[in-house]
Write a protein that binds this ligand. Structure first.
Ligand code: KIV
Ligand code: ZN
Length: 531
């Protein structure tokens, strides 16, 4: 047992909120998450870089692994206060202290439930027993450190007067932070905030009031912020909103709400380096295996992405038309213009320009039309998709003899692959069907029949422009006709259609060479347009 208590009680000024991060304790209690010591250390180091004030590193009595992880963090992570959670049992508190002792600044967080349902069905204790436990637990913790937090678990469903009696006992025995947990996410903002404000009125002493809100009704952040407005100066929260069941208040949302609406919150702020938020979120997501939803506030990959033409136009002219935060301020780089089926020509041309393609007039129209066709079938087009599209289309600004109108294929393990195609040739529809060894073969045969041009198909290669099952297929091939070898290139979400387009592209070039008497060696390769 430590002989002298330490002077590390966190005091807070009126416009500063303490960020108490519980990603490694409550967050780690999320179903399916189990972090090893190395992973916990990595997260704790990042939390220190992020600038959290307190890291709740774990619940040392829960297991040997938890104990060792807390101890490892206490030994090597500097900056934040390192806190361990403990029940009121004296042995638990001793073990908690043992784990956090190596830290430069340490806190013991003691809790016991005060709601009727928890006392009757879980603790099987009377009110007097709970009071006695709170007194002895806090007093024991206080023998080790001056920084002692006390939580009446299930506070928002506890009888207010009884809870305040327990809180007063905790303060009288040395607690310096009173945390009021909405353990089951039952509270609503005004009610929760008022409860905390009333605690401050009833419980005498010098302590910081803290929030700890669960998200069962999706109100964890709102409840925490409402409480701050009425005087709470510590918020317990977790990265990406991790925590038991529906999770805890999301750290990144709390921080950015206070900062973005400083006008409303009167300038109350945290010490968080917000540029580290996205990196922290990604690290926690990767190590816990919990994905971050695309549309998650602040750190979701779509939090600064714009798809509709009207929004894109606005953001391109002036970012603040549709963004209330600067993506760089949360480590998300810059606003993202996502090209999809709702995008307009303005954003499309702008994106191409940034990629180095300065298209206008017919060339732009042609690529834009093709882009819309593809965007209707593919959710989102990446830069690589666009690059391939421009490479295919820009070479085609010269009007070609044949264009693909439609393609239908059928076949399977027990039936012969067949393809039917419809081509446009100077306004005339050409139709043909063919069977083949596979669907690509059948499609190429049908094109041969419709165009009346035959030769040898060589060098067929298909690559995926981007990753994933919805990637664009990029087909490059060579078609040799009467001694002229012509490359062709085609792009589609469907590999057979990409092949048909590539094949037709080669045929069109052959026709053009024949008609113009050009030297085939001087014909630009499809896809060779340099941006
Ligand atoms: O939700 C809760 O009540 C807790 C306490 C241990 C603070 O996590
Ligand atoms: Zn909790």
């Amino acid at each position: 047992m430590a002989s002298t208590p330490e002077s590390v009680t966190p005091k807070t000024d009126a416009d500063r909120v303490i960020i108490f991060d519980t990603t490694l304790r409550d967050g780690e209690q999320s179903p399916g998450i189990s972090l090893d010591e190395g992973e916990k250390l990595e997260i704790a180091e990042q939390l220190a870089r992020l600038g959290v004030d307190v890291i709740e590193a774990g619940f040392p009595i829960a297991s040997q692994g938890d104990f060792e992880s807390v101890q490892a963090i206490a030994r090597s992570v500097s900056g934040p206060i390192i806190c361990g959670l403990s029940r009121t049992a004296l042995g638990d508190i001793d073990r908690c202290w043992e784990a956090i002792e190596p830290a430069a600044r340490r806190r013991i967080h003691v809790f016991i439930a005060t709601s009727e349902t928890h006392m009757v069905h879980k603790l099987r204790m009377t009110r007097d027993q709970v009071k006695a436990e709170a007194a002895s637990g806090v007093a024991r913790a206080r023998e080790y450190t001056e920084d002692v937090e006390f939580s009446p678990e299930d506070a928002s469903r506890s009888d207010f007067e009884f809870m305040c009696e327990v809180l007063q006992i905790a303060v009288d025995n040395g607690a310096t932070t009173l945390n009021i947990p909405d353990t089951v996410g039952f509270a609503v903002p005004d009610e929760y905030a008022q409860r905390l404000a009333n605690v401050r009125k009833v419980v005498k002493g010098d302590y910081v009031v803290s929030t700890h809100c669960h998200n069962d009704l999706g109100l964890a952040v709102a409840n925490s912020l409402a409480a701050v407005q009425l005087g709470a100066r510590q918020i317990e929260c977790a990265v990406n909103g991790l925590g038991e069941r529906a999770g805890n208040a999301a750290l990144e949302e709390i921080v950015m709400a206070l900062r973005t609406r400083a006008d409303f919150f009167g300038g109350i702020d945290t010490g968080i380096k917000s540029e580290e938020l996205a990196r922290t979120s990604r690290l926690v997501s990767r190590l816990t295996g919990y994905p971050v939803q695309y549309n998650k506030a602040v750190v979701g990959r779509n939090a600064f992405a714009h798809e509709s033409g009207i929004h894109q136009h606005g953001v391109l002219n002036e970012r603040t038309t549709y963004e209330i935060m600067d993506p760089a301020a949360v480590g998300q780089g810059e606003s993202k213009i996502v090209l999809g089926k709702h995008s307009g020509r303005h954003a499309f041309a702008d994106t191409l320009k940034k990629m180095g393609y300065d298209l206008s007039g017919d060339a732009l129209n042609q690529v834009f039309t093709r882009f819309k066709e593809l965007a209707d079938r593919k959710v989102e087009l990446s830069d690589a998709d666009l690059e391939a599209l421009v490479a295919e289309e820009v070479g085609d600004t010269v009007r070609y003899a044949f264009s693909l109108v439609a393609i239908e294929c059928s076949g399977g393990t027990n039936s012969t692959p067949t393809a039917s195609i419809v081509l446009d040739h100077d306004g005339e529809k050409l139709e043909a069907s063919a069977e083949g060894d596979g669907m690509v073969d059948a499609a190429c045969k049908a094109i041969r029949i419709a165009t009346g041009i035959d030769g040898n198909l060589t060098d067929y290669a298909v690559t995926s422009v981007t990753g994933g099952v919805d990637a664009l297929a990029d087909v490059a091939l060579r078609f040799d006709v009467d001694g002229v070898s012509m490359p062709g290139r085609g792009l589609s979400t469907d590999v057979v259609e990409a092949s048909a387009r590539a094949f037709l592209n080669a045929i069109n070039r052959i026709v053009r060479v024949r008609d113009s008497g050009e030297n085939p060696n001087s014909v630009s390769r499809p896809g060779s347009i340099t941006p």
